[in-house]
Design a protein around this ligand. Sequence first.
Ligand SMILES: Nc1nc2c(ncn2[C@@H]2O[C@H](COP(=O)(O)OP(=O)(O)OP(=O)(O)O)[C@@H](O)[C@H]2O)c(=O)[nH]1
Ligand SMILES: [Mg+2]
Length: 295
Amino acid sequence: MNAYRCGTVGITGRPNVGKSSLINRLVGQKLSIVSPKAQTTRHLLTAILTTQDVQLVFVDAPGRPPRARSALQRTLGRRAVEAARDCDVALFVVEAMRLEAGDHAALDAVPASQKIIVAVNKVDRVRPAARLLPFVDRLAKLRAFDAVVPVSARTGRNLPALLRVLKDAVPEGPALYPADQLTDRDERFFAAELLREKLFHALSEELPYRCEVTIDSFRLDGALRRVDATILTERESQKGIVVGRGGVTLKRVARSARQDMERLFGGKVYLNVWVKVRDNWTDDLRVLQQLGYVG
Ligand SMILES: Nc1nc2c(ncn2[C@@H]2O[C@H](COP(=O)(O)OP(=O)(O)OP(=O)(O)O)[C@@H](O)[C@H]2O)c(=O)[nH]1
Ligand SMILES: [Mg+2]
């Protein structure tokens, strides 16, 4: 029998290439939030896949922002490289048929000594599929990658092949986590993230980047989870948009977040959401500290 394998897989890549989608699909649970906008992920998140012969501990990370304009973005930039450096193997995700300066910058931040596997994501969009071959060739010349695997997080295509190469890349050793543990984060973290995800879907352009979510209290009341949350905005005018006319936007966002929480937690949730203004929080080190972005 082959020995058990276990290791950490740090994800890296330009924003919006589908890193979080891929991790969710690989572990079979929506843990990491996803949106069509770049820079959705802000925190490091562990998602654990345990099988008969391997345990893969994926670390999702923010996409590396092209230009850091605020203190928050500088922190995200640092987090983006952390995951790919401090792991057994880096999973570098790119979008099929699209290599940009951001991809090269993300790759350059991974030390030359690091094992790297490339996932060429979103291949469901490439027609005919033969167009992919020259792209993969070009990619393979960038560095001595351990493997280049075309996949689709959307359709699940080729994910078993990706899991096989990841398994071969991690060291032999016993599992780090119990077989039924899916993540290192608690329900409180997911409550905040799911609410933040809904803001990314409901608000246009710049506004989601000006918002943050904090959980003021998270209590179990029998089988009911009672969650009090605050959405921080930077200005009064932004608060107005988040709340919406007659409160419609806020109601829609809160309802959708509550439904996702109930699905993830497997029980009823009572969610209360307030919206507050905290002047320029994305550049306020004290606020960023309170939010856990800076130590
Ligand atoms: N067509 C297609 N779209 C995908 C695929 N994977 C992800 N997407 C979409 O790409 C967008 C970005 O996905 P995310 O998973 O949030 O990307 P990310 O790399 O985690 O982004 P950041 O956290 O901002 O760095 C979303 O709209 C996804 O639905 C795929 O395989 N095919
Ligand atoms: Mg992400």
